[in-house]
Design a protein around this ligand. Structure first.
Ligand code: V47
Length: 382
């Protein structure tokens, strides 16, 4: 049912109905209004226009090949410094073991990202991608954030484009959206001053698109950034997408302060999470997909997000290290059955996809895959 649209959003409603682009000022109004329901309603119009009633999901696995990182980002709870004895590097054989661990689950995408470990040579990156493909030739490897790509080109001593073509040849088939954080020098100076800046992040995405690799884009929100910075971030993504058309999906990432240097911050609320999905859908009119990453948003908020602009719920995941409750805990999984049931309960039509949004299955009746993940274990949603 149509909610009452507040006077301040009427002009935006007209633009949405006329399929006109929203301005940065419109974006600021979407952040300022207390009427989240109206923002979500408008985002849902765009979402249904672009994707109908479909909610995409993927059976995937994350592999974080090293936790050693020299970037020292204040928002990150994953990394350890180069000499820390908790540091690990998965060698190509370890990567194969990780892939073999879930061979009994028909995973279509492996998401492989990690810290910036200065010890790793160029050959390492080629070897770990080949290792995945050796064990699971049909799986799509979605690998390396922009920051890693900059590092890989540095150690390869080759132009980024050449490195991308070589890693593509080795088996990389798309690029995840991480490392973008917020495109703001002010935020960068405080939280991630050693990392590639916004221009570099956008340059990596542009180069990936030039060599035919689709990429995603993220924005980490709910820490010290402000609405102007978030809108600037979205407009710059939209501008690049106008140029290249190479982005597939936008994923707003809800900041988790646990175990970071910013534990004094409360982190985003459910209202902020839903607003970020909705503003993303409304501003990024040229992005085909908006993803809710349940690991950060929770599966409960993700169900609602499917009515606030999101058309994609990521994913079955298996293990996730970048954010987790304790250092030791990495197991974070929803089975396909659990994911599909949550999507159906939310009133959407589940469609399993691969990393390029090709349809793999529209099944609604899912037989539980046992053993799931670690053999014998049925995960419990907490
Ligand atoms: O770049 C780090 C973020 C990103 C925290 O492309 C944090 O499909 C919240 O990019 N709280 C990595 N976020 C994850 C990522 C991603 C995830 C899912 C799907 C895709 C995709 C990409 O996680 C990092 C950083 O922005 N991050 N620390 C934290 N404490």
């Amino acid at each position: 049912m149509k909610p009452k649209i507040p006077d301040g959003l009427r002009a935006i409603e007209e633009k949405v109905m006329a399929e006109e682009r929203l301005s940065a000022e419109d974006g600021m109004l979407l952040y300022a209004t207390p009427d989240l329901n109206a923002v979500g309603y408008l985002a849902n119009i765009v979402r249904e226009r672009m994707c109908g009633n479909v909610a995409w999901y993927v059976r995937n696995q994350h592999i974080n090949y090293t936790n050693v990182c020299n970037k020292l980002c204040k928002f990150c709870s994953f990394y350890v410094k180069p000499k820390d004895d908790r540091g690990y590097v998965l060698d190509p054989e370890d990567v194969k073991d990780r892939v073999e661990r879930y061979l009994h689950v028909p995973i279509s995408e492996i998401h492989m990202v990690a810290g910036i470990n200065p010890k790793l040579p160029y050959s390492y990156y080629l070897d770990i991608v080949r290792a995945v493909k050796e064990v699971r030739p049909d799986v799509a490897v979605k690998a390396f954030t922009a920051i890693e790509w900059v590092q890989i080109a540095r150690v390869a001593k080759k132009p980024l484009k050449e490195v991308m073509l070589e890693l593509k040849e080795a088996g990389v088939s798309s690029v995840p959206g991480g490392g973008a954080e917020v495109f703001s020098d002010r935020v960068q100076d405080d939280l991630f001053w050693t990392k590639a800046d916004s221009e570099e992040w956008l340059m990596v995405a542009r180069t990936a698109h030039e060599v035919g690799l689709h990429t995603n884009a993220t924005m980490l929100y709910g820490h010290i950034e402000n609405p102007e910075e978030r809108i600037d971030h979205l407009v710059r993504l939209r501008d690049l997408q106008d140029e290249t058309g190479g982005f597939l999906t936008y994923i707003p990432l809800s900041f988790h302060p646990e175990r970071t240097e910013m534990t004094d911050l409360p982190g985003p609320t459910g209202v902020m999470d839903l607003r970020e999905i909705a503003v993303g859908r409304l501003m990024l009119d040229n992005f085909p997909h908006i993803k809710t990453f349940w690991i950060m948003n929770t599966i409960d908020i993700s169900q609602v997000a499917l009515w606030f602009g999101a058309d994609d719920v990521d994913g079955t995941i298996q293990e996730y290290e970048i954010t987790r409750r304790t250092y030791e805990e990495t197991r974070q999984v929803l089975t396909r059955k659990q994911l599909v049931e949550r999507i159906i309960e939310a009133g959407r039509d589940p469609v399993e996809r691969d990393n390029l949004y090709q349809v793999l299955s529209t099944d609604r009746e899912i037989i539980e895959e046992t053993p799931v993940g670690i053999p014998g274990e049925i995960p419990v949603i907490s």
